[in-house]
Design a protein around this ligand. Structure first.
Ligand SMILES: Nc1ncnc2c1ncn2[C@@H]1O[C@H](COP(=O)(O)OP(=O)(O)OP(=O)(O)O)[C@@H](O)[C@H]1O
Length: 342
């Protein structure tokens, strides 16, 4: 098992700077998730850690060893890809054991490790099957098994579940969480999926344009985003951001507040004359467990509101209220103002 340390890590493809100086500490056994908009550099950063991409500048340590120049097979990492990358002509047993064979691990030891991983992943009954005879979830399990047999210090996952249907994703997500609990390895995981990030991570790293915007636990990022970008990136539907003047009805604002953020699930609907703000319902989207209302505020902005119970009709006038603890204040530079509610 291993910690990871990234210091001013940089990657250029030709003249394009893709990773522009990333500092990050990953503790031994931690589950870290990289999120960020498409093209921000999540996969590139993961591939640099794995050794599939070289490091342009900066320092990358795994444990206490600088691995910038160490070849992938000698870094003690194993990567699981979105595409599974199984060998179509090998059965499950041989797919899982292939890397060990290349590394000249003796047959009996190979058999033992494959059997151990197969038992862990409930693949015992499928060892003689070929990839084409497996479901998507089973293929992904084989890909994870192939990583496990190498006994890596660090597992790297690049959107491993994005080819699976919704139900299977949920199932595999809990299997990965259970695997982490069981093995206790350091894991780094790239995903586009908010729920995956929030449920799996000890620590989420929000990336934007090759730089880290914020690192924190899912709760820290949700409750105390450092800036508007993170505030709107974490949480779904995304946080409402209103100009300070339009949000004045919510109460006092720290000096220098330029905008106020409030999550759709933290707004409540009341009678129009009882609201801190008021407006008109434009659209209601019923999603089963809750409804999403689009409310046109009298100040001109549109606000999203999530409500559990019966939703007002479109065109109804409504009042909105929020608890002061749920308000986020941002300065003109988009950074969080911490001096009122911490
Ligand atoms: N081999 C390469 N040569 C040139 N540019 C590259 C190469 N690989 C990636 N890039 C660029 O680097 C940037 C980051 O790509 P990367 O795949 O790391 O982003 P990402 O955050 O994983 O995106 P996504 O969420 O869409 O998978 C993109 O602008 C991409 O076009």
């Amino acid at each position: 098992m291993s910690s990871l340390t990234l210091r001013n890590l940089q990657k250029r493809f030709g003249r394009v700077e893709v990773i522009r100086g990333v500092d990050l500490d990953v503790a031994d056994g931690e589950f870290v998730v990289f999120v960020g908009p498409s093209g921000c550099g999540k996969s590139t950063l993961l591939r640099m850690i794995s050794g599939l991409e070289d490091v342009t500048d900066g320092e990358l340590r795994i444990g206490d060893r600088v691995v910038n120049e160490v070849q992938p097979a000698k870094r003690g990492v194993a990567m699981v890809f979105q595409s599974y990358a199984l060998y179509p002509h090998l059965n499950v047993r041989d797919n899982m054991g292939f890397g060990l064979k290349v590394r000249k691990v003796p047959g009996p030891e190979r058999e033992r490790r494959v059997a151990e991983a197969a038992a862990l992943l409930k693949l015992d009954a499928l060892l003689e099957r070929f990839p084409r005879e497996l479901s998507g979830g089973q293929r992904q399990r084989v890909a994870i098994g192939r990583a496990i047999v190498g006994h890596p210090d660090v597992f790297l996952f690049d959107e491993p579940l994005s080819n699976l249907d919704a139900e299977l994703r949920v199932h595999m997500r809990s299997e990965i969480a259970a695997l982490h609990k069981r093995l206790g390895n350091t894991m780094i995981y790239v995903t586009h999926d908010q729920v995956e990030a929030m449920t799996l991570a000890d620590k989420i790293v929000v990336l934007r344009d090759g730089l880290v915007e914020q690192v924190g636990s899912p709760r820290e990022l949700y409750e105390r985003p450092d800036n508007i970008f993170v505030a709107q990136f974490i949480g779904s539907p995304k946080m409402n951001i209103l100009p300070a003047a339009s949000a004045a009805g919510f109460g006092a604002q720290p000096a220098g507040t330029a905008s106020v953020g409030i999550r759709p699930e933290h707004l409540s609907i009341v009678a129009p004359d009882r609201g801190q703000l008021s407006g008109k319902v434009v659209i209601t989207e019923y999603t089963g467990a809750s409804s999403l209302l689009h409310v046109a505020l009298d100040s001109g902005e549109t606000c999203l509101v999530v409500i559990d119970g019966d939703s007002p009709e479109a065109d109804a006038r409504v009042g909105l209220v929020a608890a002061s603890k749920d308000l986020h204040h941002f300065g003109a530079d988009g950074r969080a103002q911490r001096n009122l509610h911490g």
